[in-house]
Write a protein that binds this ligand. Sequence first.
Ligand code: GLC
Length: 535
Amino acid sequence: MNSTQLPWWKSGIIYQIYPRSFMDSNGDGIGDLQGIISKLDYLAWLGIDAIWISPIYPSPMADFGYDVSDYTDINPIFGSLADFDVLIAEATVRQIKVILDLVPNHTSDQHPWFIESRSSRDNPKRDWYIWADPKPDGSPPNNWLAYFGGPAWTLDEQTGQYYLHNFLPEQPDLNYRNPLVVEAMKGVIRFWLGRGASGLRVDVIDRMMKHPALMDNPPNPDYTDGVSNPQSRFLRVNSEKHVDVHNLIREFRRTFNEFGDRPIIGEVDYSIDPQFIASYYYEGKLDGMQLPFNFALTMLPWDAQILREFIDKYDQAIPPGGQPNYVLANHDRSRIASSVGTEQARVAAMLLLTLRGTPTLYYGDELGMTDVDIDPADYRDPQGINLGISRDPERTPMQWDTSANGGFTTGYPWLPLAADFAQNNVAVEQEQPDSMLSLYRRLIAVRRANPALVAGNYHSLDTDAEDCFVYLRQAGGQNFCIALNMGSRMRSLALRGLGQGKIVVSTHMDRGDIVDLSALHLRENEGVVIQLAST
Ligand code: GLC
Protein backbone atom coordinates (compact mmCIF):
# COMPACT_ATOMS: atom_id res chain seq x y z
CA MET A 1 0.00 0.00 0.00
CA ASN A 2 1.44 3.31 -1.06
CA SER A 3 -0.22 6.07 0.92
CA THR A 4 0.90 8.71 -1.55
CA GLN A 5 -1.58 7.27 -4.05
CA LEU A 6 -4.45 8.10 -1.77
CA PRO A 7 -6.41 11.33 -2.08
CA TRP A 8 -5.10 13.82 0.47
CA TRP A 9 -8.25 13.67 2.58
CA LYS A 10 -7.62 9.97 3.14
CA SER A 11 -3.92 10.26 3.90
CA GLY A 12 -3.80 13.69 5.51
CA ILE A 13 -4.43 15.41 8.82
CA ILE A 14 -6.94 18.24 9.16
CA TYR A 15 -6.44 21.13 11.59
CA GLN A 16 -9.45 23.20 12.61
CA ILE A 17 -8.97 26.94 13.00
CA TYR A 18 -11.54 29.02 14.82
CA PRO A 19 -10.60 32.22 13.02
CA ARG A 20 -11.63 34.71 15.68
CA SER A 21 -9.14 33.11 18.05
CA PHE A 22 -6.17 32.04 15.98
CA MET A 23 -4.07 35.12 15.21
CA ASP A 24 -4.95 38.80 15.09
CA SER A 25 -2.88 40.82 12.61
CA ASN A 26 -4.46 44.26 13.11
CA GLY A 27 -4.88 44.68 16.86
CA ASP A 28 -8.69 44.63 16.98
CA GLY A 29 -8.64 41.66 19.36
CA ILE A 30 -10.16 39.30 16.79
CA GLY A 31 -8.20 36.86 14.63
CA ASP A 32 -8.15 37.32 10.86
CA LEU A 33 -6.94 35.90 7.54
CA GLN A 34 -3.63 37.78 7.57
CA GLY A 35 -3.11 36.33 11.02
CA ILE A 36 -3.64 32.82 9.67
CA ILE A 37 -1.32 33.55 6.75
CA SER A 38 1.39 34.66 9.18
CA LYS A 39 1.15 31.31 10.95
CA LEU A 40 1.24 29.01 7.93
CA ASP A 41 4.92 28.32 8.54
CA TYR A 42 4.03 27.08 12.00
CA LEU A 43 1.35 24.79 10.55
CA ALA A 44 3.76 23.47 7.95
CA TRP A 45 6.31 22.87 10.71
CA LEU A 46 3.67 21.00 12.71
CA GLY A 47 3.08 18.81 9.67
CA ILE A 48 -0.65 19.03 9.05
CA ASP A 49 -2.12 18.72 5.54
CA ALA A 50 -5.21 20.90 5.60
CA ILE A 51 -6.80 23.68 7.60
CA TRP A 52 -10.55 23.91 8.07
CA ILE A 53 -11.51 27.48 8.93
CA SER A 54 -14.82 28.07 10.73
CA PRO A 55 -17.00 30.69 8.93
CA ILE A 56 -15.29 33.86 7.67
CA TYR A 57 -18.21 35.39 5.75
CA PRO A 58 -20.08 38.63 6.37
CA SER A 59 -22.24 38.04 9.42
CA PRO A 60 -23.85 40.04 12.22
CA MET A 61 -22.10 37.47 14.49
CA ALA A 62 -25.21 36.49 16.44
CA ASP A 63 -23.69 32.98 16.40
CA PHE A 64 -20.14 34.09 15.60
CA GLY A 65 -20.26 33.55 11.87
CA TYR A 66 -22.69 30.62 11.74
CA ASP A 67 -25.25 33.28 10.79
CA VAL A 68 -24.17 34.23 7.27
CA SER A 69 -25.44 37.40 5.63
CA ASP A 70 -23.44 36.99 2.40
CA TYR A 71 -22.21 33.59 1.29
CA THR A 72 -19.71 34.79 -1.29
CA ASP A 73 -17.65 37.43 0.43
CA ILE A 74 -15.30 37.75 3.39
CA ASN A 75 -16.26 39.55 6.60
CA PRO A 76 -14.15 42.72 6.86
CA ILE A 77 -13.32 41.63 10.44
CA PHE A 78 -11.38 38.77 8.85
CA GLY A 79 -10.12 40.56 5.75
CA SER A 80 -11.12 40.53 2.09
CA LEU A 81 -11.41 38.23 -0.90
CA ALA A 82 -7.93 39.41 -1.86
CA ASP A 83 -6.64 38.16 1.50
CA PHE A 84 -8.40 34.86 0.87
CA ASP A 85 -6.62 34.55 -2.47
CA VAL A 86 -3.30 35.20 -0.75
CA LEU A 87 -4.16 32.57 1.84
CA ILE A 88 -4.80 30.00 -0.90
CA ALA A 89 -1.57 30.90 -2.69
CA GLU A 90 0.55 30.86 0.47
CA ALA A 91 -1.03 27.67 1.75
CA THR A 92 -0.52 25.99 -1.62
CA VAL A 93 3.19 26.83 -1.58
CA ARG A 94 3.38 24.96 1.72
CA GLN A 95 1.23 22.08 0.42
CA ILE A 96 -1.53 22.92 2.83
CA LYS A 97 -5.13 22.63 1.63
CA VAL A 98 -7.80 25.08 2.73
CA ILE A 99 -11.26 23.88 3.70
CA LEU A 100 -14.01 26.39 4.34
CA ASP A 101 -17.17 26.05 6.40
CA LEU A 102 -20.44 25.97 4.46
CA VAL A 103 -23.52 26.84 6.50
CA PRO A 104 -26.42 25.87 4.24
CA ASN A 105 -29.15 25.04 6.77
CA HIS A 106 -29.79 28.64 7.73
CA THR A 107 -28.78 32.19 6.89
CA SER A 108 -28.62 35.27 9.05
CA ASP A 109 -31.89 37.17 9.37
CA GLN A 110 -29.87 40.01 7.81
CA HIS A 111 -29.22 38.04 4.60
CA PRO A 112 -30.88 39.83 1.65
CA TRP A 113 -32.76 36.61 0.83
CA PHE A 114 -34.46 36.69 4.23
CA ILE A 115 -35.04 40.43 4.19
CA GLU A 116 -36.90 39.94 0.90
CA SER A 117 -38.64 36.81 2.11
CA ARG A 118 -40.11 38.49 5.16
CA SER A 119 -41.07 41.66 3.29
CA SER A 120 -44.43 40.28 2.12
CA ARG A 121 -46.30 37.02 1.69
CA ASP A 122 -46.12 37.26 -2.08
CA ASN A 123 -42.47 38.16 -2.38
CA PRO A 124 -40.77 35.76 -4.83
CA LYS A 125 -38.33 34.76 -2.06
CA ARG A 126 -41.11 34.05 0.47
CA ASP A 127 -40.77 30.34 -0.21
CA TRP A 128 -36.97 30.36 0.22
CA TYR A 129 -37.59 30.01 3.96
CA ILE A 130 -40.06 27.96 5.96
CA TRP A 131 -43.12 30.02 6.79
CA ALA A 132 -46.29 28.71 8.43
CA ASP A 133 -49.53 30.12 9.80
CA PRO A 134 -50.11 30.37 13.54
CA LYS A 135 -52.43 27.86 15.16
CA PRO A 136 -55.97 29.23 15.66
CA ASP A 137 -54.97 30.42 19.14
CA GLY A 138 -52.04 32.34 17.68
CA SER A 139 -49.38 29.94 18.98
CA PRO A 140 -46.53 28.53 16.82
CA PRO A 141 -47.39 26.05 14.05
CA ASN A 142 -45.99 23.03 15.94
CA ASN A 143 -43.98 22.02 19.02
CA TRP A 144 -40.47 22.23 17.55
CA LEU A 145 -37.87 23.75 19.84
CA ALA A 146 -34.72 25.64 18.88
CA TYR A 147 -31.30 24.38 19.95
CA PHE A 148 -30.43 27.67 21.58
CA GLY A 149 -33.60 28.05 23.66
CA GLY A 150 -37.30 28.71 23.13
CA PRO A 151 -39.54 27.65 20.27
CA ALA A 152 -38.08 27.07 16.81
CA TRP A 153 -40.62 29.56 15.43
CA THR A 154 -40.75 33.33 15.56
CA LEU A 155 -43.78 35.35 14.51
CA ASP A 156 -43.25 37.99 11.91
CA GLU A 157 -45.82 40.55 13.06
CA GLN A 158 -45.98 42.37 9.76
CA THR A 159 -46.95 39.37 7.61
CA GLY A 160 -48.70 37.38 10.35
CA GLN A 161 -46.78 34.12 9.84
CA TYR A 162 -44.12 32.28 11.77
CA TYR A 163 -40.70 31.42 10.31
CA LEU A 164 -38.64 28.40 11.32
CA HIS A 165 -35.22 28.62 12.96
CA ASN A 166 -33.64 25.52 14.45
CA PHE A 167 -31.05 27.75 16.14
CA LEU A 168 -31.43 31.45 17.02
CA PRO A 169 -34.30 33.60 15.71
CA GLU A 170 -31.46 35.42 13.90
CA GLN A 171 -30.75 32.16 11.96
CA PRO A 172 -33.82 31.38 9.81
CA ASP A 173 -33.79 27.94 8.16
CA LEU A 174 -33.71 27.81 4.37
CA ASN A 175 -36.34 25.78 2.49
CA TYR A 176 -34.57 23.07 0.48
CA ARG A 177 -37.88 21.87 -0.92
CA ASN A 178 -37.59 24.90 -3.18
CA PRO A 179 -35.28 23.98 -6.10
CA LEU A 180 -34.17 27.61 -6.42
CA VAL A 181 -32.62 27.39 -2.94
CA VAL A 182 -30.79 24.19 -3.90
CA GLU A 183 -29.46 25.92 -7.02
CA ALA A 184 -28.41 28.98 -5.05
CA MET A 185 -26.45 26.87 -2.57
CA LYS A 186 -24.81 24.94 -5.41
CA GLY A 187 -23.70 28.33 -6.69
CA VAL A 188 -22.07 29.01 -3.31
CA ILE A 189 -20.29 25.65 -3.42
CA ARG A 190 -19.01 26.39 -6.93
CA PHE A 191 -17.88 29.86 -5.88
CA TRP A 192 -15.57 28.63 -3.12
CA LEU A 193 -14.32 25.47 -4.79
CA GLY A 194 -13.66 27.54 -7.89
CA ARG A 195 -11.71 30.05 -5.80
CA GLY A 196 -9.42 27.43 -4.35
CA ALA A 197 -11.06 25.72 -1.40
CA SER A 198 -10.09 22.04 -1.43
CA GLY A 199 -13.27 20.94 0.28
CA LEU A 200 -16.02 22.18 2.57
CA ARG A 201 -17.04 21.29 6.08
CA VAL A 202 -20.81 21.42 5.96
CA ASP A 203 -22.60 22.66 9.04
CA VAL A 204 -25.51 20.58 10.43
CA ILE A 205 -25.79 18.82 7.08
CA ASP A 206 -28.40 16.33 8.27
CA ARG A 207 -30.80 19.07 9.35
CA MET A 208 -31.41 20.61 5.96
CA MET A 209 -34.64 18.67 5.36
CA LYS A 210 -37.64 18.71 7.66
CA HIS A 211 -40.93 16.80 7.60
CA PRO A 212 -42.88 18.34 4.69
CA ALA A 213 -46.11 18.49 6.74
CA LEU A 214 -44.25 20.09 9.70
CA MET A 215 -45.55 17.36 12.04
CA ASP A 216 -45.04 17.76 15.80
CA ASN A 217 -41.99 16.07 17.31
CA PRO A 218 -42.85 13.20 19.69
CA PRO A 219 -41.93 13.47 23.39
CA ASN A 220 -38.46 12.31 24.39
CA PRO A 221 -38.88 9.36 26.82
CA ASP A 222 -35.47 10.09 28.39
CA TYR A 223 -36.36 13.66 29.24
CA THR A 224 -36.46 14.56 32.94
CA ASP A 225 -37.99 17.85 33.89
CA GLY A 226 -35.57 20.09 35.74
CA VAL A 227 -32.61 17.83 34.89
CA SER A 228 -32.43 17.57 31.12
CA ASN A 229 -31.75 20.48 28.81
CA PRO A 230 -35.26 21.91 28.22
CA GLN A 231 -34.50 21.92 24.50
CA SER A 232 -34.47 18.11 24.48
CA ARG A 233 -38.07 17.71 25.65
CA PHE A 234 -38.99 16.28 22.23
CA LEU A 235 -37.20 13.91 19.85
CA ARG A 236 -36.18 15.92 16.81
CA VAL A 237 -37.40 13.35 14.31
CA ASN A 238 -39.57 15.67 12.26
CA SER A 239 -37.74 18.96 12.62
CA GLU A 240 -34.56 17.54 11.02
CA LYS A 241 -32.98 14.50 9.35
CA HIS A 242 -35.96 13.90 7.09
CA VAL A 243 -35.05 11.07 4.74
CA ASP A 244 -35.15 13.45 1.77
CA VAL A 245 -31.91 14.98 3.04
CA HIS A 246 -29.94 12.14 1.48
CA ASN A 247 -30.90 13.09 -2.04
CA LEU A 248 -29.95 16.65 -1.29
CA ILE A 249 -26.55 15.54 0.00
CA ARG A 250 -26.07 13.43 -3.14
CA GLU A 251 -26.95 16.44 -5.23
CA PHE A 252 -24.38 18.55 -3.40
CA ARG A 253 -21.84 15.78 -3.98
CA ARG A 254 -22.44 15.92 -7.74
CA THR A 255 -21.66 19.64 -7.59
CA PHE A 256 -18.46 18.92 -5.67
CA ASN A 257 -17.55 16.29 -8.25
CA GLU A 258 -17.47 18.98 -10.94
CA PHE A 259 -14.19 20.02 -9.27
CA GLY A 260 -12.62 16.58 -8.98
CA ASP A 261 -12.14 14.79 -5.71
CA ARG A 262 -12.89 17.38 -3.04
CA PRO A 263 -14.41 16.23 0.21
CA ILE A 264 -17.65 17.13 1.85
CA ILE A 265 -16.94 16.88 5.57
CA GLY A 266 -20.37 16.71 7.08
CA GLU A 267 -21.39 17.67 10.57
CA VAL A 268 -23.94 14.95 11.29
CA ASP A 269 -25.64 14.31 14.59
CA TYR A 270 -23.34 13.69 17.55
CA SER A 271 -23.69 9.94 17.96
CA ILE A 272 -21.95 7.02 19.62
CA ASP A 273 -23.76 4.50 17.44
CA PRO A 274 -21.27 3.20 14.84
CA GLN A 275 -24.07 1.99 12.57
CA PHE A 276 -25.67 5.40 12.57
CA ILE A 277 -22.45 7.15 11.57
CA ALA A 278 -21.70 4.48 8.99
CA SER A 279 -25.17 4.88 7.47
CA TYR A 280 -23.94 8.11 5.89
CA TYR A 281 -21.67 6.09 3.59
CA TYR A 282 -24.84 5.00 1.79
CA GLU A 283 -24.31 1.24 1.80
CA GLY A 284 -21.02 1.40 0.06
CA LYS A 285 -22.26 3.60 -2.79
CA LEU A 286 -20.17 6.42 -1.32
CA ASP A 287 -22.07 8.96 -3.35
CA GLY A 288 -22.82 11.32 -0.47
CA MET A 289 -20.33 13.04 1.80
CA GLN A 290 -16.83 11.59 1.94
CA LEU A 291 -16.29 12.27 5.62
CA PRO A 292 -19.33 12.20 7.91
CA PHE A 293 -17.80 13.49 11.12
CA ASN A 294 -17.38 10.88 13.83
CA PHE A 295 -17.65 12.69 17.16
CA ALA A 296 -17.74 9.59 19.37
CA LEU A 297 -14.36 10.32 20.99
CA THR A 298 -15.78 13.62 22.24
CA MET A 299 -18.66 11.81 23.92
CA LEU A 300 -17.64 8.37 25.16
CA PRO A 301 -16.31 7.85 28.67
CA TRP A 302 -12.49 7.74 28.56
CA ASP A 303 -12.34 4.02 29.24
CA ALA A 304 -10.13 1.58 27.35
CA GLN A 305 -12.80 -1.11 26.97
CA ILE A 306 -15.58 1.25 25.95
CA LEU A 307 -13.36 3.00 23.41
CA ARG A 308 -12.12 -0.31 22.02
CA GLU A 309 -15.64 -1.61 21.58
CA PHE A 310 -16.76 1.51 19.75
CA ILE A 311 -13.67 1.75 17.54
CA ASP A 312 -13.82 -1.96 16.60
CA LYS A 313 -17.45 -1.66 15.56
CA TYR A 314 -17.01 1.66 13.79
CA ASP A 315 -13.95 0.49 11.88
CA GLN A 316 -15.83 -2.58 10.70
CA ALA A 317 -18.98 -0.66 9.84
CA ILE A 318 -17.24 1.56 7.28
CA PRO A 319 -17.86 0.04 3.84
CA PRO A 320 -14.92 -0.81 1.56
CA GLY A 321 -13.44 2.33 0.06
CA GLY A 322 -15.04 4.50 2.73
CA GLN A 323 -12.78 6.53 4.96
CA PRO A 324 -13.21 6.56 8.75
CA ASN A 325 -12.41 9.73 10.69
CA TYR A 326 -11.87 10.81 14.27
CA VAL A 327 -12.21 14.05 16.25
CA LEU A 328 -11.17 14.75 19.86
CA ALA A 329 -12.62 18.24 20.26
CA ASN A 330 -13.95 21.24 18.38
CA HIS A 331 -15.43 24.70 18.83
CA ASP A 332 -18.66 23.22 20.21
CA ARG A 333 -17.20 20.74 22.70
CA SER A 334 -14.71 20.80 25.57
CA ARG A 335 -11.02 20.71 24.80
CA ILE A 336 -9.52 17.26 25.13
CA ALA A 337 -7.13 18.29 27.93
CA SER A 338 -10.16 19.40 29.94
CA SER A 339 -12.33 16.40 29.20
CA VAL A 340 -9.71 13.71 29.92
CA GLY A 341 -7.02 15.58 31.88
CA THR A 342 -3.58 16.70 30.79
CA GLU A 343 -1.90 13.31 31.12
CA GLN A 344 -4.50 11.38 29.20
CA ALA A 345 -4.61 14.15 26.61
CA ARG A 346 -1.20 12.84 25.52
CA VAL A 347 -2.62 9.33 25.19
CA ALA A 348 -5.56 10.80 23.29
CA ALA A 349 -3.17 12.48 20.85
CA MET A 350 -1.49 9.14 20.23
CA LEU A 351 -4.84 7.45 19.73
CA LEU A 352 -6.08 10.10 17.29
CA LEU A 353 -2.91 10.00 15.22
CA THR A 354 -2.51 6.23 15.05
CA LEU A 355 -6.05 5.09 14.29
CA ARG A 356 -7.24 4.15 10.82
CA GLY A 357 -9.07 7.28 9.72
CA THR A 358 -8.57 10.94 8.92
CA PRO A 359 -7.76 12.84 12.13
CA THR A 360 -9.09 16.35 12.73
CA LEU A 361 -7.15 18.37 15.32
CA TYR A 362 -8.60 21.39 17.07
CA TYR A 363 -6.27 24.44 17.20
CA GLY A 364 -4.45 24.70 20.50
CA ASP A 365 -5.04 21.10 21.52
CA GLU A 366 -1.51 20.45 20.29
CA LEU A 367 -0.36 22.74 23.13
CA GLY A 368 -2.53 21.04 25.72
CA MET A 369 -4.74 24.12 25.95
CA THR A 370 -7.60 23.70 28.41
CA ASP A 371 -11.09 25.19 28.63
CA VAL A 372 -10.87 28.62 30.18
CA ASP A 373 -13.22 29.55 33.01
CA ILE A 374 -15.31 32.49 31.94
CA ASP A 375 -17.64 34.39 34.19
CA PRO A 376 -21.22 33.85 33.00
CA ALA A 377 -21.62 37.63 33.00
CA ASP A 378 -18.98 37.75 30.26
CA TYR A 379 -20.36 34.98 28.04
CA ARG A 380 -20.30 35.80 24.34
CA ASP A 381 -21.75 32.53 23.04
CA PRO A 382 -25.56 32.72 22.63
CA GLN A 383 -25.88 29.12 23.81
CA GLY A 384 -24.13 30.16 27.03
CA ILE A 385 -26.21 33.30 27.42
CA ASN A 386 -29.53 31.54 26.75
CA LEU A 387 -28.98 28.10 28.27
CA GLY A 388 -25.90 28.42 30.49
CA ILE A 389 -23.96 25.91 28.35
CA SER A 390 -21.27 28.20 27.00
CA ARG A 391 -18.83 27.25 24.25
CA ASP A 392 -16.59 30.25 24.98
CA PRO A 393 -14.24 28.23 27.25
CA GLU A 394 -13.01 26.13 24.29
CA ARG A 395 -12.79 29.11 21.92
CA THR A 396 -10.15 31.20 23.69
CA PRO A 397 -7.17 32.71 21.85
CA MET A 398 -4.29 30.59 20.63
CA GLN A 399 -1.24 30.83 22.87
CA TRP A 400 1.73 31.74 20.69
CA ASP A 401 4.39 33.05 23.07
CA THR A 402 5.07 34.63 26.44
CA SER A 403 4.34 38.22 25.38
CA ALA A 404 1.17 40.08 26.35
CA ASN A 405 -1.97 38.17 25.34
CA GLY A 406 0.15 35.21 24.37
CA GLY A 407 1.17 37.01 21.18
CA PHE A 408 -2.38 36.59 19.86
CA THR A 409 -3.18 40.28 19.67
CA THR A 410 -1.70 43.67 20.48
CA GLY A 411 -5.21 44.81 21.34
CA TYR A 412 -7.84 43.58 23.77
CA PRO A 413 -8.68 39.93 23.05
CA TRP A 414 -12.34 39.17 22.34
CA LEU A 415 -12.17 36.29 24.83
CA PRO A 416 -9.67 36.04 27.69
CA LEU A 417 -6.52 33.97 27.40
CA ALA A 418 -5.89 31.02 29.66
CA ALA A 419 -4.04 32.00 32.85
CA ASP A 420 -1.23 29.56 32.00
CA PHE A 421 -0.43 30.99 28.57
CA ALA A 422 3.09 32.02 29.62
CA GLN A 423 3.98 28.35 30.23
CA ASN A 424 1.88 26.65 27.58
CA ASN A 425 2.52 28.32 24.28
CA VAL A 426 4.09 27.56 20.93
CA ALA A 427 7.39 29.36 21.56
CA VAL A 428 8.03 27.67 24.91
CA GLU A 429 6.83 24.24 23.86
CA GLN A 430 8.86 24.24 20.66
CA GLU A 431 11.97 24.32 22.86
CA GLN A 432 10.85 21.53 25.18
CA PRO A 433 11.59 18.05 23.84
CA ASP A 434 8.84 16.46 25.93
CA SER A 435 6.13 19.11 25.55
CA MET A 436 2.67 18.31 24.24
CA LEU A 437 3.59 20.20 21.08
CA SER A 438 6.73 18.12 20.57
CA LEU A 439 4.66 14.98 21.10
CA TYR A 440 2.08 16.06 18.49
CA ARG A 441 4.76 16.97 16.01
CA ARG A 442 6.54 13.67 16.50
CA LEU A 443 3.32 11.65 16.19
CA ILE A 444 2.41 13.53 13.02
CA ALA A 445 5.86 12.92 11.54
CA VAL A 446 5.77 9.22 12.39
CA ARG A 447 2.29 8.86 10.92
CA ARG A 448 3.26 10.63 7.71
CA ALA A 449 6.39 8.52 7.29
CA ASN A 450 4.68 5.17 7.69
CA PRO A 451 2.02 3.89 5.29
CA ALA A 452 0.84 1.33 7.86
CA LEU A 453 -0.20 4.17 10.16
CA VAL A 454 -1.83 6.17 7.38
CA ALA A 455 -3.76 3.47 5.63
CA GLY A 456 -3.00 0.11 7.20
CA ASN A 457 -5.51 -2.29 8.70
CA TYR A 458 -6.67 -1.79 12.24
CA HIS A 459 -6.99 -4.76 14.55
CA SER A 460 -7.38 -4.56 18.34
CA LEU A 461 -5.92 -7.12 20.75
CA ASP A 462 -7.12 -8.63 24.01
CA THR A 463 -5.01 -7.79 27.01
CA ASP A 464 -5.08 -8.78 30.63
CA ALA A 465 -5.24 -5.16 31.81
CA GLU A 466 -8.65 -3.68 31.37
CA ASP A 467 -7.43 -0.10 31.45
CA CYS A 468 -5.15 -0.68 28.44
CA PHE A 469 -6.10 -0.48 24.78
CA VAL A 470 -3.81 -2.22 22.32
CA TYR A 471 -4.07 -2.46 18.55
CA LEU A 472 -2.08 -3.27 15.46
CA ARG A 473 -1.76 -1.27 12.28
CA GLN A 474 -0.43 -3.18 9.31
CA ALA A 475 0.18 -2.58 5.62
CA GLY A 476 2.57 -3.91 3.02
CA GLY A 477 4.73 -5.79 5.48
CA GLN A 478 4.94 -2.88 7.91
CA ASN A 479 3.63 -3.61 11.39
CA PHE A 480 2.98 -1.33 14.31
CA CYS A 481 1.60 -2.09 17.73
CA ILE A 482 0.08 0.79 19.68
CA ALA A 483 -0.34 0.18 23.40
CA LEU A 484 -2.16 2.80 25.46
CA ASN A 485 -2.38 2.79 29.22
CA MET A 486 -5.55 4.75 29.91
CA GLY A 487 -5.24 4.32 33.64
CA SER A 488 -3.13 5.81 36.36
CA ARG A 489 -1.34 2.59 37.36
CA MET A 490 1.74 0.98 35.91
CA ARG A 491 0.92 -2.06 33.79
CA SER A 492 2.81 -4.99 32.40
CA LEU A 493 1.23 -6.51 29.32
CA ALA A 494 1.89 -9.98 27.97
CA LEU A 495 1.29 -9.56 24.25
CA ARG A 496 2.27 -12.98 23.00
CA GLY A 497 3.34 -13.89 19.50
CA LEU A 498 4.47 -10.40 18.53
CA GLY A 499 8.15 -10.83 19.37
CA GLN A 500 10.25 -7.76 19.82
CA GLY A 501 9.83 -4.25 18.57
CA LYS A 502 11.25 -0.79 18.83
CA ILE A 503 9.43 2.05 20.54
CA VAL A 504 9.24 4.88 18.03
CA VAL A 505 7.20 7.22 20.23
CA SER A 506 6.24 7.19 23.89
CA THR A 507 3.78 9.77 25.20
CA HIS A 508 6.49 10.57 27.76
CA MET A 509 8.94 11.34 24.93
CA ASP A 510 11.85 9.61 26.69
CA ARG A 511 12.07 6.12 25.22
CA GLY A 512 13.35 4.54 22.07
CA ASP A 513 14.17 1.14 23.44
CA ILE A 514 13.75 -2.32 22.00
CA VAL A 515 11.01 -4.11 23.90
CA ASP A 516 9.81 -7.65 24.20
CA LEU A 517 6.05 -7.51 23.76
CA SER A 518 5.47 -10.57 25.90
CA ALA A 519 6.46 -8.38 28.86
CA LEU A 520 5.67 -4.82 27.87
CA HIS A 521 5.90 -2.33 30.71
CA LEU A 522 3.82 0.81 30.49
CA ARG A 523 4.03 3.55 33.05
CA GLU A 524 0.86 5.21 34.27
CA ASN A 525 -0.79 7.27 31.53
CA GLU A 526 1.76 6.04 29.02
CA GLY A 527 1.13 5.16 25.43
CA VAL A 528 3.70 3.76 23.04
CA VAL A 529 3.95 3.24 19.30
CA ILE A 530 6.07 0.17 18.64
CA GLN A 531 7.41 -0.79 15.25
CA LEU A 532 7.45 -4.56 14.93
CA ALA A 533 9.63 -6.59 12.63
CA SER A 534 8.50 -6.45 9.00
CA THR A 535 6.61 -9.46 7.68
C1 GLC B 1 -23.03 23.82 14.19
C2 GLC B 1 -21.81 24.64 14.53
C3 GLC B 1 -22.12 25.47 15.73
C4 GLC B 1 -23.27 26.40 15.37
C5 GLC B 1 -24.47 25.61 14.87
C6 GLC B 1 -25.48 26.49 14.20
O1 GLC B 1 -23.33 22.90 15.17
O2 GLC B 1 -20.71 23.81 14.71
O3 GLC B 1 -21.02 26.21 16.17
O4 GLC B 1 -23.63 27.16 16.47
O5 GLC B 1 -24.10 24.66 13.92
O6 GLC B 1 -24.97 26.94 12.96
